[in-house]
Design a protein around this ligand. Structure first.
Ligand code: SF4
Length: 275
C-alpha cells in the first residue's frame, strides 16, 4: 500500500533506531506521522509518571548546568524519585563536573548524511583538557547491559556526529575519535556509569553503517512489520498492526531493555519549568 508521505529531511538516533527495530514503526511514526494511539506498557499511570519525572529531571539538570544554583533546584525536586535522582546527580556532579575546561549542556549538532541531515541533541558535552566527554542522563529502572548500550544507535550516532560536526567546540579543529568518550549516567545507579571510548576504526565503521542505512531508508518502498513480536508488546502502534490490544507489562519485561528505553527523554519533549 503506497501512502503519501511527509518529506523526511532529518534523521536522528531515535528514527534510525526505530528503522532498525521495525521498519513499519519508522513509517508510522516519521513518514505517516501518526500520533501515539496505544499505551506502550502497563501499568499506564505509573509509567507515565516515571516518564514525566524523567523529563522533569532532565530539565532540572539542564537548568543547573546553565547556572541555576543547586539550592534553587532543591525545592523543585519534589517527589521521591526526583529527590533521589537530584541528590545522586549532585554527588556525581561534584566528583566529575567541577574541573571542566568547558561545560556545554543542550548542544545540538547536525551534519549532512546522504540526502538527509543527521541531527543529535546532547544532554552535555564536557570538555576536559583535550577530551570530549558526551554525557547522557538515563532514568531507567534497571541498569542496562553495556553490550546492549554499545549497539544502540544513540551510542554510534552521538560519537560519530561529534567527530563530524564538533569542530567549533574544539577551536575549529575536528575532534579525533580517540578524544571522544560517551558516558551514560544512570540516576538510579549513580556509581555504575557505562563508558564508551571511541577509535578511528569504530568511527569509520559507524559512518559507513549510517550511510548504508540512509541509502536504504531513501530507497525503501516496503516497510515490513518486525518478526520480533516482543517489540510489539511495548509499541504504541499495536492496534494499527493487529499485534494486540493490551499493553506489555513492564514488570514482566524487566529483561527487555527495549521497554526501559521508552523512558528515554528527548529535549523536544521537555517543557518549560518556572524557576
Ligand atoms: S506493533 Fe510491532 S510491527 Fe507494528 S509498528 Fe510496532 S513494533 Fe512494528
Amino acid at each position: 500500500m503506497k501512502t503519501p508521505f511527509f518529506q523526511l529531511t532529518t534523521l536522528s538516533q531515535s528514527s534510525l533506531q526505530d528503522y532498525i527495530d521495525c521498519a513499519r514503526r519508522f513509517k508510522l511514526r516519521y513518514l505517516d506521522r501518526l500520533s501515539y494511539p496505544a499505551v506502550e506498557t502497563e501499568p499506564t499511570l505509573e509509567n507515565e509518571k516515571h516518564l514525566q519525572e524523567g523529563e522533569y529531571f532532565h530539565r532540572l539538570v539542564q537548568q543547573h548546568l546553565i547556572g541555576i544554583p543547586a539550592d534553587h533546584i532543591d525545592r523543585l525536586a519534589n517527589t521521591p524519585n526526583l529527590q533521589r535522582w537530584w541528590e545522586n546527580f549532585q554527588s556525581f556532579s561534584r566528583a566529575n563536573l567541577t574541573n571542566l575546561t568547558a561545560c556545554l549542556p543542550e548542544v545540538t549538532l547536525s551534519a549532512p548524511l546522504g540526502n538527509y541531515r543527521l541531527l543529535a541533541k546532547y544532554d552535555l558535552i564536557a570538555i576536559e583538557n583535550d577530551k570530549a566527554l558526551i554525557y547522557d542522563w538515563k532514568t531507567y529502572r534497571k541498569r542496562p547491559r553495556s553490550e546492549w548500550l554499545s549497539a544502540r544507535m544513540q551510542t554510534r550516532v552521538y560519537r560519530a556526529l561529534l567527530v563530524k560536526a564538533g569542530a567549533h567546540l574544539n577551536n575549529g579543529k575536528p575532534f579525533e575519535p580517540e578524544q571522544i568518550e560517551m558516558i551514560y549516567w544512570f540516576a538510579d545507579f549513580p556509581n555504575e556509569p557505562a563508558r564508551f571510548p571511541y577509535t578511528s576504526a569504530q568511527f569509520k565503521r559507524d559512518w559507513d553503517t549510517l550511510h548504508k542505512l540512509t541509502e536504504e531508508i531513501a530507497s525503501a518502498s516496503d516497510y515490513p512489520l518486525t518478526d520480533d513480536r516482543q517489540k510489539c508488546a511495548y509499541c504504541t502502534y499495536r492496534s494499527y498492526c493487529e499485534r494486540g490490544i493490551r499493553a506489555g507489562n513492564m514488570d514482566q519485561a524487566e529483561s527487555e531493555m527495549e521497554a526501559e528505553s521508552l523512558f528515554d527523554v528527548n529535549f523536544e519533549q521537555i517543557g518549560e519549568i518556572a524557576f
